[in-house]
Design a binder for this molecule. Structure first.
Ligand code: PUT
Length: 346
C-alpha cells in the first residue's frame, strides 16, 4: 500500500456463490481445492498480493496487501481497496473455478462499494459505477442499483437478475457491512470545511509509532473482544494501516480494515456472523472507532436469523447519532437495509 498523499480506503467488494446444475459429480465441488499459486495469479490482475493466510474447517482467509480474500466451499469473497482493479479478475476467476472444480454455474453474485473519496484516481473499469456495470454486464445478466444520495454518500450494488429458474442461495446467509467515516462540518457563509475525523487518538493505535505489532494494535483497540470465539489473523502496515481477518466455527468471518491517516481516515467492518439484532455489536463498534458518520448495509435471506434485524433499523437509536437516511430493498432472495447515521451536533 502507498501512503504518500492519499489512500483510497473505500473497498470494492465481490461475493460470488457457485453451484451445480445437477446432483451428479459433486465430489470436486470445493473452491478451496484451488491452489494458492492460482489465487496469486488472479490477485496479480487485481494488483494486490497475499500477505498472510489462516484457515479453519470452513473457510480459507487471506489478508491481502489491499484488504482480504475469503474462500469457502462454494463462495468467494474478494474485498480490495486502493486503486486495485478487482473487476478485471472476474472472468479469469470464473475460468479458474471451471477448470479446478466441478461447479458449472454462478448461483448469485454481489458487487458493491461506497462512492470513492477520489474517483479520479481509479483505474478502468472502476472509473465510474456505469463503467463497472458495463464490465459486469459483459459476463452476467445483472441489475445495478444506487442507494443513498447520488451527489453525496452513496452505495452501489450489482447483483444477478433473477430469471424464471433462479434458485439463489439456499442456506441461511447474512452480511453486515459498515463504513466508518469522517464528517465534514461546513462553516456557514464560508467555503471553510472542517473534517470531524474518526477519533485521532484511536486511529493512532493503528500506526507503527504507537504499536510495534498487529497483535498489540488488536488488543489495545479492543478489536480482540468484539466477537467471542474469533481466531484473528491481523497485520499492521508500515508506517500505518491495519487489516484483520477473523474466523469462527460454522463458516463465519469478520474483517476490519483501517486507513488511519487523518486527512482520509476510513474504517470498514464486515461480517456474516448471524445475530437477531446487530445493535449491540454496532454500539460497541461506535465506541471503538468514534466516527463522524457511518453507513451500514445488512443483507439477510429468509432463512437467516438476521431477517428480523432488517425490520429494526427504523426504530433503533444509536445514542449520539442521528439517522439521516434509511432505505429498505426487497430482492428475490435477500432483503437489504441501507442506512446512514451522522454524529448528532454536541
Ligand atoms: N456483500 C454482499 C453480501 C450478500 C449476502 N451475503
Amino acid at each position: 500500500a502507498n501512503y504518500c498523499d492519499f489512500f483510497e480506503g473505500t473497498e470494492k467488494l465481490l461475493e460470488i456463490w457457485f453451484g451445480r446444475r445437477t446432483e451428479s459429480n459433486t465430489a470436486n465441488c470445493d473452491l478451496r481445492a484451488i491452489p494458492r499459486s492460482t489465487w496469486e495469479k488472479i490477485l496479480k490482475i487485481v494488483k494486490c498480493t497475499i500477505i498472510s493466510f489462516k484457515k479453519n474447517d470452513y473457510m480459507d482467509a487471506y489478508v491481502l496487501s489491499e484488504s482480504s480474500l475469503f474462500v469457502a466451499k462454494n463462495r468467494i469473497i474478494l474485498k480490495t481497496c486502493g486503486s486495485t482493479t478487482l473487476l478485471l479478475a472476474v472472468k479469469p476467476l470464473i475460468y479458474v473455478v471451471r477448470d479446478n472444480t466441478d461447479f458449472d454455474m454462478v448461483i448469485d453474485i454481489f458487487y458493491s462499494r461506497k462512492n470513492f473519496m477520489r474517483p479520479e484516481l481509479q483505474e478502468k473499469p472502476h472509473t465510474s459505477f456505469e463503467d463497472e456495470t458495463e464490465a459486469l454486464d459483459e459476463l452476467f445478466d445483472g441489475s445495478a442499483y444506487c442507494l443513498g444520495r447520488i451527489n453525496r454518500d452513496c452505495w452501489y450494488l450489482y447483483t444477478l437478475n433473477p430469471l424464471e429458474d433462479f434458485i439463489g442461495v439456499q442456506v441461511p446467509d447474512q452480511t453486515l457491512e459498515i463504513s466508518f467515516l469522517a464528517k465534514a462540518l461546513y462553516i456557514l457563509n464560508s467555503d471553510y470545511v472542517i473534517m470531524q475525523e474518526l477519533d485521532p487518538k484511536i486511529m493512532k493505535i493503528f500506526t507503527k509509532e504507537v504499536c510495534s505489532t498487529a497483535k498489540e494494535a488488536t488488543q489495545k483497540s479492543g478489536i480482540d473482544k468484539l466477537l467471542p470465539g474469533v481466531v484473528i489473523d491481523d497485520y499492521l502496515f508500515e508506517p500505518c494501516g491495519y487489516s484483520m481477518n477473523g474466523l469462527f466455527k460454522g463458516g463465519y468471518y469478520v474483517t476490519i480494515h483501517i486507513t488511519p491517516e487523518p486527512q482520509y481516515s476510513y474504517v470498514s467492518f464486515e461480517t456474516n456472523y448471524p445475530q437477531e439484532s446487530y445493535s449491540d455489536l454496532i454500539f460497541r463498534l461506535l465506541k471503538l472507532f468514534c466516527p463522524g458518520k457511518f453507513i451500514m448495509t445488512l443483507f439477510a435471506n429468509k432463512l437467516s436469523v438476521a431477517a428480523i434485524s432488517n425490520c429494526l433499523y427504523h426504530k433503533v437509536d444509536f445514542r449520539g447519532f442521528n439517522r439521516k437516511e434509511l432505505q429498505f430493498s426487497h430482492f428475490k432472495n435477500y432483503d437489504l437495509t441501507y442506512a446512514l447515521f451522522a454524529k448528532a451536533p454536541s
